[in-house]
Design a protein around this ligand. Sequence first.
Ligand code: NAD
Length: 489
Amino acid sequence: PTMAHSKALLVLENFIGGKFVPCSSYIDSYNPSTGDVYCRVPDSGKEEVEAAVKAAKDAFPVWSSKSPLERSQILNKLADLIEHDLEAFAQAESKDQGKTITFARTVDIPRAVHNFRFFASSILHHVTECTEMPTLGCVHYTSRAPVGVAGLISPWNLPLYLLTWKIAPAIACGNTVVAKPSEMTSVTAWMMCKLMENAGVPPGVVNVVFGTGAKAGEALVCHPDVPLISFTGSTPTAQRIAENSAPHCKRLSLELGGKNPAIIFDDADLSQCIPTTVRSSFANQGEICLCTSRIFVQRGIYTEFLKRFVAEAKKWKTGDPSDPTIDVGALISKEHLEKVRNYVKKAQAEGARVLCGEGVDPLALPPGNQKGYFMLPTVIAEVKDESCCMQEEIFGPVTCVVAFDTEEEVIKRANGVKYGLAATVWSGNVGRVHRVAHRLQSGLVWTNCWLVRELNLPFGGMKASGIGREGAKDSYEFFTEVKTITIKH
Ligand code: NAD
Protein backbone atom coordinates (compact mmCIF):
# COMPACT_ATOMS: atom_id res chain seq x y z
CA PRO A 1 0.00 0.00 0.00
CA THR A 2 1.03 3.60 -0.61
CA MET A 3 1.77 5.86 2.33
CA ALA A 4 -1.43 7.82 1.74
CA HIS A 5 -3.41 4.61 1.66
CA SER A 6 -1.93 3.16 4.83
CA LYS A 7 -2.15 6.49 6.66
CA ALA A 8 -5.90 6.63 6.28
CA LEU A 9 -6.31 3.17 7.74
CA LEU A 10 -6.56 2.15 11.32
CA VAL A 11 -3.47 0.11 12.21
CA LEU A 12 -3.79 -2.07 15.29
CA GLU A 13 -0.95 -3.07 17.59
CA ASN A 14 -0.56 -5.97 20.00
CA PHE A 15 -1.04 -5.19 23.69
CA ILE A 16 1.72 -6.87 25.67
CA GLY A 17 2.79 -6.12 29.24
CA GLY A 18 0.64 -2.98 29.30
CA LYS A 19 2.24 -1.52 26.15
CA PHE A 20 1.16 -1.29 22.53
CA VAL A 21 3.73 -3.08 20.41
CA PRO A 22 3.92 -2.92 16.60
CA CYS A 23 4.27 -6.14 14.63
CA SER A 24 6.60 -6.95 11.73
CA SER A 25 3.74 -7.88 9.40
CA TYR A 26 0.04 -7.10 9.08
CA ILE A 27 -3.11 -8.46 7.47
CA ASP A 28 -6.05 -6.51 6.06
CA SER A 29 -9.43 -6.59 7.74
CA TYR A 30 -12.51 -5.51 5.77
CA ASN A 31 -15.64 -3.50 6.40
CA PRO A 32 -18.21 -6.10 5.30
CA SER A 33 -20.83 -3.49 4.43
CA THR A 34 -18.62 -1.73 1.83
CA GLY A 35 -16.00 -4.32 0.90
CA ASP A 36 -13.24 -1.77 1.69
CA VAL A 37 -10.24 -2.44 3.91
CA TYR A 38 -11.15 -1.10 7.35
CA CYS A 39 -7.96 -1.73 9.30
CA ARG A 40 -4.67 -3.55 9.42
CA VAL A 41 -4.27 -6.26 12.02
CA PRO A 42 -0.92 -7.57 13.34
CA ASP A 43 -0.08 -10.94 11.82
CA SER A 44 1.39 -12.26 15.06
CA GLY A 45 3.15 -15.58 15.44
CA LYS A 46 5.29 -17.49 17.93
CA GLU A 47 7.51 -14.54 18.82
CA GLU A 48 4.63 -12.23 19.79
CA VAL A 49 2.81 -15.01 21.65
CA GLU A 50 6.03 -15.79 23.53
CA ALA A 51 6.37 -12.17 24.65
CA ALA A 52 2.71 -12.02 25.70
CA VAL A 53 2.88 -15.28 27.68
CA LYS A 54 6.03 -14.05 29.43
CA ALA A 55 4.30 -10.79 30.39
CA ALA A 56 1.29 -12.73 31.68
CA LYS A 57 3.52 -15.09 33.69
CA ASP A 58 5.39 -12.17 35.24
CA ALA A 59 2.13 -10.47 36.24
CA PHE A 60 0.58 -13.60 37.75
CA PRO A 61 2.15 -13.64 41.28
CA VAL A 62 0.91 -10.15 42.18
CA TRP A 63 -2.48 -10.33 40.47
CA SER A 64 -3.32 -13.78 41.83
CA SER A 65 -2.56 -12.69 45.38
CA LYS A 66 -4.91 -9.69 45.30
CA SER A 67 -8.18 -10.11 47.15
CA PRO A 68 -11.33 -10.82 45.13
CA LEU A 69 -12.62 -7.42 46.27
CA GLU A 70 -9.61 -5.58 44.81
CA ARG A 71 -9.99 -7.39 41.51
CA SER A 72 -13.73 -6.79 41.56
CA GLN A 73 -13.25 -3.03 41.87
CA ILE A 74 -10.92 -3.01 38.86
CA LEU A 75 -13.41 -5.02 36.77
CA ASN A 76 -16.17 -2.58 37.68
CA LYS A 77 -13.99 0.37 36.68
CA LEU A 78 -13.25 -1.25 33.32
CA ALA A 79 -17.00 -1.80 32.82
CA ASP A 80 -17.65 1.89 33.53
CA LEU A 81 -14.99 2.99 31.04
CA ILE A 82 -16.37 0.78 28.25
CA GLU A 83 -19.87 2.01 29.01
CA HIS A 84 -18.68 5.60 28.86
CA ASP A 85 -17.43 4.93 25.29
CA LEU A 86 -20.39 2.72 24.35
CA GLU A 87 -21.24 4.62 21.18
CA ALA A 88 -17.65 4.54 19.84
CA PHE A 89 -17.42 0.81 20.59
CA ALA A 90 -20.77 0.15 18.89
CA GLN A 91 -19.77 2.11 15.78
CA ALA A 92 -16.50 0.19 15.53
CA GLU A 93 -18.15 -3.21 16.08
CA SER A 94 -20.70 -2.47 13.36
CA LYS A 95 -18.06 -1.35 10.82
CA ASP A 96 -15.73 -4.23 11.60
CA GLN A 97 -18.32 -7.01 11.70
CA GLY A 98 -21.15 -5.87 9.40
CA LYS A 99 -23.77 -6.11 12.16
CA THR A 100 -26.35 -3.37 12.49
CA ILE A 101 -25.52 -0.39 14.65
CA THR A 102 -28.73 -1.09 16.56
CA PHE A 103 -27.62 -4.62 17.46
CA ALA A 104 -24.15 -3.40 18.48
CA ARG A 105 -25.66 -0.62 20.62
CA THR A 106 -28.30 -2.73 22.30
CA VAL A 107 -26.73 -6.18 22.51
CA ASP A 108 -22.96 -6.46 21.90
CA ILE A 109 -21.51 -3.56 23.85
CA PRO A 110 -24.01 -3.47 26.75
CA ARG A 111 -23.38 -7.18 27.24
CA ALA A 112 -19.59 -6.66 27.21
CA VAL A 113 -20.05 -4.07 29.98
CA HIS A 114 -22.36 -6.44 31.84
CA ASN A 115 -19.89 -9.33 31.58
CA PHE A 116 -17.36 -7.37 33.66
CA ARG A 117 -19.97 -6.22 36.19
CA PHE A 118 -21.44 -9.69 36.47
CA PHE A 119 -18.13 -11.41 37.28
CA ALA A 120 -17.02 -8.47 39.45
CA SER A 121 -20.03 -9.29 41.57
CA SER A 122 -20.18 -13.08 41.37
CA ILE A 123 -16.51 -13.52 42.34
CA LEU A 124 -17.39 -12.14 45.78
CA HIS A 125 -19.97 -14.79 46.54
CA HIS A 126 -18.37 -18.20 46.07
CA VAL A 127 -18.02 -20.56 48.99
CA THR A 128 -15.91 -23.70 49.04
CA GLU A 129 -16.88 -27.06 50.53
CA CYS A 130 -16.20 -28.40 53.98
CA THR A 131 -17.07 -31.72 55.58
CA GLU A 132 -16.21 -33.28 58.91
CA MET A 133 -15.26 -36.82 60.06
CA PRO A 134 -15.74 -36.49 63.83
CA THR A 135 -14.88 -40.10 64.64
CA LEU A 136 -11.46 -39.71 62.98
CA GLY A 137 -11.01 -36.15 64.22
CA CYS A 138 -10.74 -34.81 60.69
CA VAL A 139 -12.05 -31.79 58.82
CA HIS A 140 -11.83 -31.72 55.05
CA TYR A 141 -12.24 -28.58 53.00
CA THR A 142 -11.62 -27.44 49.46
CA SER A 143 -9.68 -24.41 48.39
CA ARG A 144 -9.64 -22.88 44.93
CA ALA A 145 -6.75 -21.01 43.35
CA PRO A 146 -6.24 -19.38 39.95
CA VAL A 147 -4.53 -21.65 37.44
CA GLY A 148 -2.01 -19.35 35.75
CA VAL A 149 -1.91 -17.92 32.23
CA ALA A 150 -5.21 -18.51 30.43
CA GLY A 151 -5.31 -18.63 26.61
CA LEU A 152 -8.57 -17.14 25.29
CA ILE A 153 -9.62 -17.52 21.66
CA SER A 154 -12.81 -15.94 20.34
CA PRO A 155 -14.79 -15.81 17.06
CA TRP A 156 -16.01 -12.98 14.80
CA ASN A 157 -19.77 -13.04 15.31
CA LEU A 158 -20.05 -11.30 18.70
CA PRO A 159 -16.51 -9.99 19.01
CA LEU A 160 -16.30 -7.96 22.24
CA TYR A 161 -19.29 -9.74 23.82
CA LEU A 162 -17.68 -13.18 23.64
CA LEU A 163 -14.12 -12.05 24.36
CA THR A 164 -15.19 -10.28 27.57
CA TRP A 165 -17.29 -13.32 28.56
CA LYS A 166 -13.89 -15.05 28.87
CA ILE A 167 -11.59 -12.24 30.05
CA ALA A 168 -13.91 -11.20 32.89
CA PRO A 169 -14.13 -14.57 34.72
CA ALA A 170 -10.48 -15.41 33.96
CA ILE A 171 -9.07 -12.27 35.61
CA ALA A 172 -11.76 -12.10 38.31
CA CYS A 173 -10.50 -15.51 39.48
CA GLY A 174 -6.92 -14.20 39.58
CA ASN A 175 -5.51 -15.60 36.35
CA THR A 176 -3.63 -13.51 33.84
CA VAL A 177 -4.54 -13.86 30.17
CA VAL A 178 -3.32 -13.89 26.61
CA ALA A 179 -6.31 -13.33 24.35
CA LYS A 180 -6.54 -13.76 20.60
CA PRO A 181 -9.66 -12.29 19.00
CA SER A 182 -10.71 -13.26 15.49
CA GLU A 183 -8.47 -11.73 12.83
CA MET A 184 -11.65 -10.51 11.10
CA THR A 185 -12.94 -8.51 14.08
CA SER A 186 -10.10 -7.18 16.20
CA VAL A 187 -10.89 -3.48 16.59
CA THR A 188 -13.03 -3.41 19.74
CA ALA A 189 -10.55 -5.66 21.61
CA TRP A 190 -7.80 -3.17 20.72
CA MET A 191 -9.99 -0.26 21.86
CA MET A 192 -10.59 -2.01 25.17
CA CYS A 193 -6.82 -2.42 25.69
CA LYS A 194 -6.55 1.38 25.64
CA LEU A 195 -8.74 1.50 28.77
CA MET A 196 -6.79 -1.04 30.83
CA GLU A 197 -4.37 1.39 32.44
CA ASN A 198 -7.10 3.82 33.55
CA ALA A 199 -9.15 0.96 34.91
CA GLY A 200 -6.20 -0.04 37.06
CA VAL A 201 -5.52 -3.38 35.37
CA PRO A 202 -1.81 -3.93 36.08
CA PRO A 203 0.49 -4.40 33.05
CA GLY A 204 0.62 -8.02 31.88
CA VAL A 205 -2.71 -9.09 33.43
CA VAL A 206 -4.51 -8.74 30.08
CA ASN A 207 -2.43 -9.22 26.95
CA VAL A 208 -3.96 -9.27 23.48
CA VAL A 209 -2.18 -10.77 20.50
CA PHE A 210 -3.82 -10.23 17.13
CA GLY A 211 -3.53 -12.49 14.13
CA THR A 212 -4.77 -15.61 12.40
CA GLY A 213 -5.79 -18.88 13.96
CA ALA A 214 -3.19 -20.84 12.04
CA LYS A 215 -0.28 -18.69 13.28
CA ALA A 216 -1.14 -16.77 16.46
CA GLY A 217 -3.89 -19.14 17.63
CA GLU A 218 -1.79 -22.29 17.24
CA ALA A 219 1.22 -20.67 18.91
CA LEU A 220 -0.96 -19.87 21.92
CA VAL A 221 -2.53 -23.34 22.08
CA CYS A 222 0.88 -25.03 21.77
CA HIS A 223 2.62 -22.83 24.34
CA PRO A 224 3.75 -25.00 27.29
CA ASP A 225 3.17 -22.21 29.84
CA VAL A 226 -0.54 -21.79 29.03
CA PRO A 227 -2.29 -24.54 31.01
CA LEU A 228 -5.85 -23.72 30.01
CA ILE A 229 -7.56 -22.70 26.80
CA SER A 230 -11.04 -21.26 26.58
CA PHE A 231 -12.24 -21.34 22.99
CA THR A 232 -15.41 -20.24 21.24
CA GLY A 233 -15.63 -20.98 17.55
CA SER A 234 -16.30 -23.73 15.07
CA THR A 235 -16.22 -27.48 15.70
CA PRO A 236 -13.40 -28.23 13.19
CA THR A 237 -11.14 -25.62 14.86
CA ALA A 238 -11.96 -27.12 18.27
CA GLN A 239 -10.83 -30.53 17.03
CA ARG A 240 -7.51 -29.03 15.96
CA ILE A 241 -7.16 -27.27 19.33
CA ALA A 242 -7.88 -30.50 21.18
CA GLU A 243 -5.16 -32.28 19.14
CA ASN A 244 -2.61 -29.54 19.80
CA SER A 245 -3.37 -29.41 23.53
CA ALA A 246 -3.32 -33.17 24.04
CA PRO A 247 0.48 -33.47 24.46
CA HIS A 248 0.29 -30.89 27.28
CA CYS A 249 -2.94 -32.27 28.86
CA LYS A 250 -4.41 -28.76 28.84
CA ARG A 251 -7.71 -27.90 30.40
CA LEU A 252 -10.17 -27.01 27.65
CA SER A 253 -13.47 -25.21 27.48
CA LEU A 254 -14.97 -25.47 24.00
CA GLU A 255 -18.08 -23.51 22.94
CA LEU A 256 -18.89 -24.56 19.38
CA GLY A 257 -21.44 -24.57 16.61
CA GLY A 258 -25.11 -25.43 16.59
CA LYS A 259 -27.93 -26.59 14.32
CA ASN A 260 -30.67 -25.41 16.58
CA PRO A 261 -34.25 -26.63 16.26
CA ALA A 262 -37.45 -24.73 17.04
CA ILE A 263 -40.34 -27.11 17.76
CA ILE A 264 -43.74 -25.54 17.31
CA PHE A 265 -46.80 -27.48 18.50
CA ASP A 266 -50.30 -26.73 17.26
CA ASP A 267 -51.29 -25.14 20.59
CA ALA A 268 -48.48 -22.56 20.44
CA ASP A 269 -49.28 -18.87 20.73
CA LEU A 270 -48.31 -17.90 17.19
CA SER A 271 -48.56 -14.18 17.87
CA GLN A 272 -45.50 -14.56 20.13
CA CYS A 273 -43.89 -17.51 18.41
CA ILE A 274 -43.70 -16.07 14.90
CA PRO A 275 -41.89 -12.77 15.58
CA THR A 276 -39.58 -14.49 18.08
CA THR A 277 -38.74 -17.29 15.65
CA VAL A 278 -38.05 -14.78 12.88
CA ARG A 279 -35.71 -13.04 15.31
CA SER A 280 -34.10 -16.30 16.43
CA SER A 281 -33.49 -17.16 12.76
CA PHE A 282 -32.19 -13.83 11.47
CA ALA A 283 -30.81 -11.77 14.39
CA ASN A 284 -27.25 -10.64 13.69
CA GLN A 285 -27.67 -12.00 10.10
CA GLY A 286 -28.15 -15.49 11.56
CA GLU A 287 -24.56 -15.32 12.77
CA ILE A 288 -25.20 -16.35 16.37
CA CYS A 289 -24.38 -19.86 17.54
CA LEU A 290 -27.85 -19.92 19.19
CA CYS A 291 -29.79 -19.02 16.04
CA THR A 292 -32.62 -21.27 14.92
CA SER A 293 -32.08 -22.97 11.59
CA ARG A 294 -34.52 -25.92 11.64
CA ILE A 295 -38.14 -25.11 12.36
CA PHE A 296 -40.44 -28.10 12.99
CA VAL A 297 -44.11 -27.12 12.77
CA GLN A 298 -46.98 -29.47 13.68
CA ARG A 299 -48.94 -30.43 10.58
CA GLY A 300 -52.27 -28.83 11.55
CA ILE A 301 -50.80 -25.31 11.65
CA TYR A 302 -48.04 -25.77 9.07
CA THR A 303 -49.66 -23.84 6.20
CA GLU A 304 -50.82 -20.97 8.36
CA PHE A 305 -47.44 -20.80 10.11
CA LEU A 306 -45.51 -20.69 6.83
CA LYS A 307 -47.68 -17.91 5.44
CA ARG A 308 -47.38 -15.74 8.53
CA PHE A 309 -43.69 -16.55 9.09
CA VAL A 310 -42.71 -15.56 5.56
CA ALA A 311 -44.74 -12.34 5.81
CA GLU A 312 -42.95 -11.47 9.05
CA ALA A 313 -39.50 -12.34 7.63
CA LYS A 314 -40.16 -10.04 4.67
CA LYS A 315 -40.60 -7.12 7.09
CA TRP A 316 -36.93 -7.34 8.05
CA LYS A 317 -35.03 -4.64 6.16
CA THR A 318 -31.59 -5.47 4.79
CA GLY A 319 -29.13 -2.67 4.09
CA ASP A 320 -26.54 -0.22 5.40
CA PRO A 321 -25.83 -1.39 8.98
CA SER A 322 -25.08 2.17 10.12
CA ASP A 323 -28.75 3.07 9.45
CA PRO A 324 -30.61 2.51 12.75
CA THR A 325 -33.79 1.43 10.94
CA ILE A 326 -32.05 -1.55 9.30
CA ASP A 327 -32.60 -5.06 10.71
CA VAL A 328 -30.13 -7.13 8.68
CA GLY A 329 -26.58 -5.98 8.06
CA ALA A 330 -23.74 -7.54 6.06
CA LEU A 331 -22.28 -11.02 6.48
CA ILE A 332 -18.74 -11.21 7.79
CA SER A 333 -16.87 -11.87 4.53
CA LYS A 334 -17.17 -12.51 0.82
CA GLU A 335 -16.18 -16.16 1.34
CA HIS A 336 -18.78 -16.63 4.04
CA LEU A 337 -21.50 -15.03 1.91
CA GLU A 338 -20.63 -17.44 -0.92
CA LYS A 339 -20.76 -20.39 1.46
CA VAL A 340 -24.19 -19.39 2.80
CA ARG A 341 -25.54 -18.77 -0.73
CA ASN A 342 -24.31 -22.18 -1.81
CA TYR A 343 -26.44 -23.85 0.83
CA VAL A 344 -29.52 -22.21 -0.68
CA LYS A 345 -28.49 -23.42 -4.14
CA LYS A 346 -27.96 -26.95 -2.85
CA ALA A 347 -31.40 -26.95 -1.22
CA GLN A 348 -32.99 -25.83 -4.50
CA ALA A 349 -31.09 -28.51 -6.42
CA GLU A 350 -32.52 -31.10 -4.01
CA GLY A 351 -36.06 -29.91 -4.73
CA ALA A 352 -36.68 -27.69 -1.72
CA ARG A 353 -38.74 -24.48 -2.11
CA VAL A 354 -37.22 -21.08 -1.34
CA LEU A 355 -40.16 -19.01 -0.11
CA CYS A 356 -38.46 -15.65 0.29
CA GLY A 357 -35.04 -14.05 0.20
CA GLU A 358 -32.03 -15.26 -1.78
CA GLY A 359 -32.77 -15.62 -5.49
CA VAL A 360 -36.49 -14.90 -4.99
CA ASP A 361 -36.77 -11.26 -3.88
CA PRO A 362 -34.80 -8.27 -5.17
CA LEU A 363 -32.05 -6.89 -2.92
CA ALA A 364 -31.78 -3.10 -3.26
CA LEU A 365 -28.70 -1.59 -1.65
CA PRO A 366 -27.59 2.04 -1.27
CA PRO A 367 -24.76 3.13 -3.66
CA GLY A 368 -22.11 2.92 -0.90
CA ASN A 369 -22.98 -0.69 -0.11
CA GLN A 370 -22.98 -2.23 -3.57
CA LYS A 371 -19.78 -4.14 -2.83
CA GLY A 372 -20.88 -5.26 0.64
CA TYR A 373 -21.63 -8.87 1.57
CA PHE A 374 -25.42 -8.74 1.88
CA MET A 375 -28.12 -11.36 1.67
CA LEU A 376 -31.84 -11.25 2.38
CA PRO A 377 -33.42 -13.34 5.14
CA THR A 378 -34.20 -16.62 3.40
CA VAL A 379 -36.86 -19.18 4.30
CA ILE A 380 -36.71 -22.67 2.77
CA ALA A 381 -39.47 -25.28 2.96
CA GLU A 382 -39.71 -28.96 2.07
CA VAL A 383 -36.12 -29.74 2.90
CA LYS A 384 -35.28 -33.36 3.69
CA ASP A 385 -33.88 -34.07 7.16
CA GLU A 386 -30.76 -35.62 5.64
CA SER A 387 -30.05 -32.57 3.44
CA CYS A 388 -26.86 -30.65 4.30
CA CYS A 389 -29.11 -27.62 4.92
CA MET A 390 -30.76 -29.53 7.79
CA GLN A 391 -27.53 -31.13 9.08
CA GLU A 392 -24.73 -28.56 8.80
CA GLU A 393 -24.35 -25.22 10.52
CA ILE A 394 -24.99 -22.53 7.86
CA PHE A 395 -24.40 -19.54 10.17
CA GLY A 396 -26.22 -17.06 7.96
CA PRO A 397 -29.75 -15.66 7.43
CA VAL A 398 -31.20 -18.97 6.26
CA THR A 399 -33.81 -21.06 8.06
CA CYS A 400 -35.59 -24.27 7.04
CA VAL A 401 -39.24 -25.01 7.89
CA VAL A 402 -40.62 -28.57 7.86
CA ALA A 403 -43.80 -30.28 9.10
CA PHE A 404 -44.12 -32.97 11.78
CA ASP A 405 -46.98 -35.06 13.20
CA THR A 406 -46.20 -36.41 16.68
CA GLU A 407 -44.20 -35.46 19.76
CA GLU A 408 -42.24 -38.70 19.62
CA GLU A 409 -41.33 -38.14 15.97
CA VAL A 410 -40.22 -34.53 16.38
CA ILE A 411 -37.93 -35.29 19.34
CA LYS A 412 -36.17 -37.94 17.28
CA ARG A 413 -35.81 -35.63 14.28
CA ALA A 414 -34.68 -32.64 16.37
CA ASN A 415 -31.99 -34.85 17.97
CA GLY A 416 -30.95 -36.24 14.59
CA VAL A 417 -27.95 -33.95 14.03
CA LYS A 418 -24.39 -33.99 15.36
CA TYR A 419 -24.89 -30.72 17.28
CA GLY A 420 -26.70 -30.02 20.57
CA LEU A 421 -26.50 -26.38 21.57
CA ALA A 422 -29.86 -24.60 21.86
CA ALA A 423 -33.47 -25.55 21.16
CA THR A 424 -36.76 -23.72 21.47
CA VAL A 425 -40.10 -25.39 22.21
CA TRP A 426 -43.42 -23.62 21.64
CA SER A 427 -46.58 -24.97 23.26
CA GLY A 428 -49.24 -23.91 25.75
CA ASN A 429 -49.13 -27.32 27.41
CA VAL A 430 -46.79 -27.28 30.42
CA GLY A 431 -46.55 -31.05 30.67
CA ARG A 432 -45.55 -31.36 27.04
CA VAL A 433 -43.02 -28.56 27.33
CA HIS A 434 -41.32 -30.36 30.25
CA ARG A 435 -41.36 -33.75 28.55
CA VAL A 436 -39.87 -32.43 25.35
CA ALA A 437 -37.28 -30.21 27.07
CA HIS A 438 -36.02 -33.21 29.06
CA ARG A 439 -35.60 -35.39 26.00
CA LEU A 440 -33.90 -32.90 23.71
CA GLN A 441 -30.14 -33.33 23.35
CA SER A 442 -29.36 -29.69 23.84
CA GLY A 443 -27.37 -27.72 26.40
CA LEU A 444 -30.03 -24.99 26.45
CA VAL A 445 -33.78 -25.27 25.92
CA TRP A 446 -35.90 -22.14 25.75
CA THR A 447 -39.64 -22.70 25.94
CA ASN A 448 -41.99 -20.03 24.59
CA CYS A 449 -39.04 -17.59 24.31
CA TRP A 450 -35.53 -17.27 22.90
CA LEU A 451 -32.22 -15.85 24.10
CA VAL A 452 -33.39 -15.01 27.58
CA ARG A 453 -30.04 -15.41 29.30
CA GLU A 454 -29.44 -15.92 33.01
CA LEU A 455 -25.67 -15.64 33.32
CA ASN A 456 -25.58 -17.45 36.67
CA LEU A 457 -26.62 -20.76 35.12
CA PRO A 458 -24.60 -23.09 32.88
CA PHE A 459 -24.22 -22.13 29.21
CA GLY A 460 -22.82 -24.59 26.69
CA GLY A 461 -23.48 -27.41 24.29
CA MET A 462 -23.78 -31.17 24.07
CA LYS A 463 -22.36 -33.49 21.38
CA ALA A 464 -20.37 -31.57 18.71
CA SER A 465 -21.50 -28.26 20.22
CA GLY A 466 -18.87 -28.31 22.90
CA ILE A 467 -17.21 -29.44 26.07
CA GLY A 468 -17.74 -27.68 29.38
CA ARG A 469 -20.07 -24.92 30.50
CA GLU A 470 -19.71 -21.21 31.24
CA GLY A 471 -21.59 -19.22 33.89
CA ALA A 472 -21.08 -17.90 37.42
CA LYS A 473 -20.18 -21.23 39.03
CA ASP A 474 -19.03 -23.02 35.88
CA SER A 475 -16.57 -20.33 34.79
CA TYR A 476 -15.29 -20.06 38.37
CA GLU A 477 -14.64 -23.79 38.42
CA PHE A 478 -12.99 -23.74 34.99
CA PHE A 479 -10.70 -20.83 35.78
CA THR A 480 -9.59 -22.17 39.18
CA GLU A 481 -7.82 -25.30 40.36
CA VAL A 482 -9.41 -27.08 43.31
CA LYS A 483 -7.50 -28.68 46.14
CA THR A 484 -8.88 -30.88 48.94
CA ILE A 485 -7.18 -30.31 52.29
CA THR A 486 -7.58 -32.60 55.32
CA ILE A 487 -6.85 -31.41 58.85
CA LYS A 488 -6.55 -33.86 61.74
CA HIS A 489 -6.55 -32.57 65.26
P1 NAD B 1 -13.36 -20.35 13.85
O1 NAD B 1 -13.30 -21.66 14.54
O2 NAD B 1 -12.98 -20.26 12.44
O3 NAD B 1 -12.44 -19.29 14.60
C1 NAD B 1 -12.59 -18.98 15.96
C2 NAD B 1 -11.28 -18.46 16.51
O4 NAD B 1 -10.30 -19.50 16.48
C3 NAD B 1 -10.67 -17.31 15.71
O5 NAD B 1 -10.06 -16.40 16.60
C4 NAD B 1 -9.63 -18.01 14.87
O6 NAD B 1 -8.58 -17.18 14.45
C5 NAD B 1 -9.13 -19.07 15.82
N1 NAD B 1 -8.50 -20.23 15.20
C6 NAD B 1 -8.70 -20.74 13.95
N2 NAD B 1 -7.91 -21.82 13.76
C7 NAD B 1 -7.21 -22.00 14.90
C8 NAD B 1 -6.24 -22.96 15.31
N3 NAD B 1 -5.84 -23.93 14.50
N4 NAD B 1 -5.72 -22.87 16.55
C9 NAD B 1 -6.12 -21.89 17.38
N5 NAD B 1 -7.04 -20.95 17.06
C10 NAD B 1 -7.58 -21.01 15.82
O7 NAD B 1 -14.83 -19.80 14.11
P2 NAD B 1 -15.47 -18.47 13.51
O8 NAD B 1 -15.76 -18.73 12.08
O9 NAD B 1 -14.66 -17.31 13.91
O10 NAD B 1 -16.83 -18.39 14.34
C11 NAD B 1 -18.00 -19.00 13.97
C12 NAD B 1 -18.20 -20.28 14.74
O11 NAD B 1 -18.22 -20.02 16.14
C13 NAD B 1 -19.54 -20.93 14.45
O12 NAD B 1 -19.36 -22.31 14.32
C14 NAD B 1 -20.36 -20.63 15.70
O13 NAD B 1 -21.41 -21.50 15.96
C15 NAD B 1 -19.32 -20.69 16.74
N6 NAD B 1 -19.77 -19.98 17.95
C16 NAD B 1 -20.09 -20.69 19.07
C17 NAD B 1 -20.53 -20.03 20.21
C18 NAD B 1 -20.88 -20.77 21.47
O14 NAD B 1 -20.93 -20.12 22.52
N7 NAD B 1 -21.13 -22.08 21.44
C19 NAD B 1 -20.67 -18.65 20.19
C20 NAD B 1 -20.36 -17.96 19.02
C21 NAD B 1 -19.89 -18.64 17.91
